[in-house]
Design a protein around this ligand. Structure first.
Ligand code: DX5
Ligand code: ZN
Length: 229
C-alpha cells in the first residue's frame, strides 16, 4: 500500500462551464498540492444529473499538470470509455452497477495502459468485487461515501467500514473514497486504508486550499510550516 495519501479535488464543486473559473480552480489545486483532478461525468441516466463529457476532460488535460481521475457515472460505460482514454484519463473508473461485464471492461482499460477503476455504490457490498480483486483486475476501487449524482452530500457512515473491508480483501489496491469527505472523517478513512481522497465542496469552499489539502493528507506539520511562510 502506498505510504501517503493522494488528494483528488472534484471540479463538480466549481462553475466548470466558466473557463476562467475552471482555470483558476486548476491553478489553485496544483499550487495547493493536489495529486489528481477528479472529473465527475454524469449522463442523466445512470444518475439524474448531467455534467460534462470528453470535451471538458480534454480541455482540463490541456490545462493542467495534474493527473486526470475520471469517474464515469454513466450507463453502458463500455460504449463510452474510448473517448475518455483518448482525452487523456490517467485513472478511468466506471460503476460496477452500470455494466453486465465489469471484468471485460477492466481488462480493456488496462490494455490501454490506463489505470482501471471500479466504483461501488453505498448499497453494493464489498464482497461483490472480491474475485475481481483476487485476480488483480482492479487498479483503483472507488468506495462511494454518498449516493452518486451530486456534490455536497453528507457522508454515509457505513462507507468507512466498507473501506476497511476492501482493504482486508486487498493490501495493495488503491482505495479512493468519494463523496462527503471532510477534514474530520478523513483521519479515520486514511487509517482504515483509503489512500486517494476525493473532495469537492470542502476543498473549493475553503479559504486556504493548500491548508485544507494538507489537512486531508494528514500532514499536521505542514500547517505549522504554512504559518511560517
Ligand atoms: C458524487 C461525486 C463526487 C462529488 C464529491 O456523485 O462522485 O465526486 O463531487 O463532492 P463532495 O466532496 O462535495 O461530496
Ligand atoms: Zn466522483
Amino acid at each position: 500500500m502506498p505510504l501517503f495519501t493522494r488528494i483528488s479535488p472534484s471540479i463538480l464543486a466549481v462553475d466548470y462551464n466558466n473557463k476562467d473559473v475552471l482555470l483558476k480552480a486548476l491553478k489553485d489545486i496544483e499550487a495547493g498540492g493536489a495529486n489528481f483532478v477528479h472529473l465527475d461525468v454524469m449522463d442523466g441516466k445512470f444518475v439524474k444529473n448531467t455534467t460534462f463529457n470528453e470535451s471538458l476532460v480534454d480541455f482540463v488535460k490541456n490545462n493542467t499538470t495534474l493527473l486526470l481521475d475520471v469517474h464515469l457515472m454513466v450507463e453502458k460505460p463500455e460504449d463510452e470509455v474510448d473517448k475518455y482514454i483518448k482525452a487523456g484519463a490517467d485513472i478511468l473508473s466506471f460503476h460496477y452497477e452500470a455494466t453486465d461485464d465489469p471484468e471485460k471492461l477492466l481488462k480493456y482499460i488496462k490494455s490501454k495502459n490506463v489505470l482501471a477503476g471500479l466504483a461501488i455504490n453505498p448499497k453494493t457490498p464489498a464482497f461483490k468485487i472480491k474475485e475481481l480483486l483476487k485476480r488483480n483486475l482492479i487498479d483503483v476501487v472507488i468506495v462511494m461515501g454518498v449516493e452518486p449524482g451530486a456534490g455536497g452530500q453528507a457522508f454515509i457512515p457505513g462507507s468507512a467500514e466498507k473501506v476497511a473491508e476492501v482493504r482486508e480483501l486487498d493490501r495493495s489496491v488503491y482505495i479512493e473514497i468519494d463523496g462527503g469527505v471532510n477534514l474530520k472523517n478523513s483521519k479515520v478513512l486514511r487509517k482504515l486504508g483509503a489512500n486517494i481522497l476525493v473532495s469537492g465542496s470542502v476543498i473549493f469552499s475553503s479559504k486556504n486550499i493548500r491548508k485544507t489539502i494538507n489537512g486531508l493528507k494528514g500532514w499536521a506539520w505542514t500547517h505549522k510550516m504554512n504559518s511560517l511562510v
